[in-house]
Design a binder for this molecule. Structure first.
Ligand code: F3S
Length: 292
């Protein structure tokens, strides 16, 4: 059986960078915390916790004494709080610094750019439209950065949610994982309403590239395996895209979930992984599939 990996698969630049930064802190010996799971991948989060980077709900959940005690002797740095790739609000950042923790800012540079764009539009006097999923931490961050810069902000999931009664200047930023078509639809609807929106295209292409590569591969194979956390929305979406083109699609988190019998009669097998799946997990699944 031939096993083919999608041209683009697995950890995106921002996720890999966050993992590398967390590793560096752990290896440096000072106690580390992440505000929420570092990435949506249970195996990676469990591994980080076992190595000393604990996920906490908020900075208030960290007992300073315990954190300081946990520091390795000879390591002078304060206990570190690693900021996840989708960023945080300025208030959270201030709280972490205010409590004396070292900040390891693993906010993806694409997200930082979106935060800066939201704040800049607000400073220019725009009403800021954030296109994204309400309640998602990245969207909460974008909203907060714009508000801190004095802006009035609306979060919309699509053109239907644009509030009535807007007037220029209006600025638009997007959550980095949004689809380009959705941004175009929102901008189109604003123009139809007679507005002249200032648009900052803050979409990152990593998600789209993975979906396009997966769809192309799924159309030409007998079965597809998609690796990634079940709690990862980008992996779940990737599995849906594959299932549309290839009904024999399996979404798994690790190689132990694979049943050789499920691939009976397969000649060509496709493999892809979500943006929060590190290379070692893909490699171990790929190695197993090659034994079939
Ligand atoms: Fe960054 Fe794009 Fe990944 S915004 S975290 S590189 S999906």
């Amino acid at each position: 059986m031939e096993v083919i990996r999608a041209k683009r698969a697995g950890a995106c630049y921002g996720v890999q960078r966050a993992l590398d930064m967390a590793d560096e802190v752990i290896e440096g010996g000072n106690r580390a915390y992440t505000l929420g799971p570092l990435i949506h991948n249970p195996q990676v989060v469990a591994d980080l916790a076992a190595r000393g980077a604990e996920a906490v709900g908020s900075v208030d959940d960290i007992a300073w004494e315990a954190a300081a005690e946990g520091a390795v002797e000879g390591v002078s740095a304060a206990p570190a709080v690693v900021i996840r790739s989708h960023g945080v609000t300025p208030e959270v950042l201030d709280a972490v610094r205010g409590r004396g923790f070292a900040v390891v800012d693993a906010t993806c540079p694409h997200v930082s750019r979106a935060q800066a764009a939201a704040a800049e539009l607000a400073r220019e006097g725009c009403r800021v439209i954030v296109l994204g999923e309400a309640g998602h931490p990245e969207v909460e961050g974008l909203t907060a950065w714009a508000r801190q810069a004095g802006g009035k902000v609306d979060v919309v999931a699509g053109p239907d949610e644009i509030p009535a009664g807007l007037y220029d200047p209006v600025g638009v930023v997007a959550q980095t994982t949004q689809r380009r078509e959705n941004l175009e639809a929102v901008v189109g609807a604003l123009r139809e309403a007679g507005l002249d929106p200032i648009v900052r295209n803050t979409i990152c292409s990593a998600t789209r590239q993975r979906q396009e590569a997966a769809a192309e591969l799924a159309a030409g194979v007998d079965a597809m395996v998609v690796i990634g956390g079940r709690n990862s929305s980008n992996t779940t979406r990737l599995a849906e895209v594959c299932a549309d083109a290839c009904p024999r699609t399996f979404h798994i988190e690790s190689a132990d979930e694979l049943d050789a019998a499920a691939f009976a009669g397969c000649k060509r097998l496709g493999l892809t992984a979500g943006a929060s799946t590190p290379e070692n997990q893909i490699a171990s699944v790929e190695a197993f599939l090659r034994t079939l």
